[in-house]
Design a protein around this ligand. Structure first.
Ligand SMILES: Nc1ncnc2c1ncn2[C@@H]1O[C@H](COP(=O)(O)OP(=O)(O)OP(=O)(O)O)[C@@H](O)[C@H]1O
Ligand SMILES: [Mg+2]
Length: 345
């Protein structure tokens, strides 16, 4: 673990700055922010117009002088100043005032597994700009494993797969750190892209980014089995005429289209398992893989993993908030530090 539990227990708030969503946990209060990592700026005046849900709704619908930006990409803060302004906006005056009152404000943040020094620095700087005097960084996979109740501190293997926006991280954890891990550059975005391409080719329809969600939802209800709606109505723009049009999309065909990007994820899992010592692989046969992150909710992904690996696959409860919930548990001191029995005692 990057930061010690003792230090984490002294942090006042924890931040999970994701490419899709920003989540903030305040010690003693709980999850206070869970909003899209989006800010809308007036380029004429430089003023921040909106953040979070409201800014996301503006995407693709603004006049030219308003830009909708995402200051976080692939788990890394790419625009520190904008990320700070967005976080201030999301936290709101009340929470910020409460945090400012702390004499020595400490913050925790999670960073992707094996984040490079630049990415770690960017995360730290963002929180320092918010008034934190000290920032502890925690590996996202460890935070998420704690958040979904896996026994990370035990000498026993657990396999976790964090399905994010642009990356999927897979790791085998034991004794509080990772034994083997992989970062695969495929996430929810690649899957959405595959859906958009499918609609373009099969139905000659261009789709605004936000409209992929109804398809997800239709697919989620049905999962991999053929129950539920066989087709879903999707509205978009005709590729040829440029006019608005709606089509009935066959959900089974969409499911096939998203399988292609997901094969890279399966390859990554295979590599992690090969790298892992045999004793730990034996543990994994019973315990299986736990999926966290928003894209874990992708319909059929768990079933696909089950078939490909032959191992049990579980989706964590509320998989998208696992990382920040784990940080919260660490801040509240709800996980026991690793205690090895003294020799001869
Ligand atoms: N119900 C759902 N079905 C399918 N996909 C979903 C669902 N909910 C969220 N997603 C997708 O999950 C992805 C990641 O969501 P998550 O909330 O974990 O993002 P994040 O933590 O900001 O990302 P990252 O950790 O990669 O920076 C997004 O691409 C989102 O579209
Ligand atoms: Mg995340």
């Amino acid at each position: 673990m990057t930061a010690s539990l003792e230090q984490l227990r002294r942090c006042h708030f924890a931040v999970d700055l994701g490419a899709a969503r920003t989540r903030v946990y305040v010690r003693g209060v709980g999850l206070v922010v869970d909003q899209p990592s989006v800010a809308a700026v007036n380029t004429r005046t430089g003023a921040l117009i909106a953040v979070g849900e409201f800014a996301e709704r503006m995407k693709g619908r603004t006049p030219h002088y308003i830009r909708v930006v995402r200051p976080v990409s692939g788990g890394t803060v790419v625009d520190i100043e904008m990320a700070q302004r967005m976080l201030r906006g999301l936290l709101g005056d009340k929470v910020r005032r409460a945090l400012r009152r702390k004499p020595y404000l400490r913050a925790a943040a999670c960073t992707p597994h094996e984040a490079d020094p630049l990415a770690r620095r960017a995360a730290t700087e963002t929180l320092v700009g918010l008034g934190a005097r000290r920032v502890e960084l925690v590996d996202t996979l460890i935070a998420a494993a704690v958040g979904c109740g896996l026994p990370v501190q035990e000498p026993e293997a657990t396999m976790i797969m964090a399905c994010g926006t642009t990356t999927t991280q897979v790791a085998v954890l034991s004794l509080g750190s990772s034994v083997a891990a992989e970062r695969i550059p495929v996430g929810g975005e690649a899957v959405d892209h595959a859906i958009v391409q499918h609609l373009r080719h099969q139905h000659e329809l261009t789709l605004p980014g936000q409209s992929v969600r109804p398809l997800h939802i239709a697919l989620s209800n049905m999962g991999i089995t053929a129950q539920g709606p066989a087709s879903t109505e999707i509205r978009g723009r005709d590729v040829v005429t440029g006019l608005a049009r709606s089509v009935q999309v066959d959900t089974a065909a969409v499911r096939n289209a998203i399988e292609t990007p997901l094969t890279a994820v399966l390859d990554g899992i295979g590599r992690v398992l090969r790298e892992c010592p045999p004793d730990l692989v034996a543990d994994l046969v019973d315990r299986g893989i736990t999926m966290v992150g928003g894209s874990a909710l992708l319909p059929g992904l768990d079933q696909m993993l089950r078939e490909a690996t032959g191992m049990p696959v579980h989706i964590a409860e509320q998989p998208d908030v696992c990382a920040v919930r784990g940080l919260g548990y660490m801040l509240e001191g709800r996980i026991e530090p690793l205690m090895l029995a003294p020799i001869g005692a």
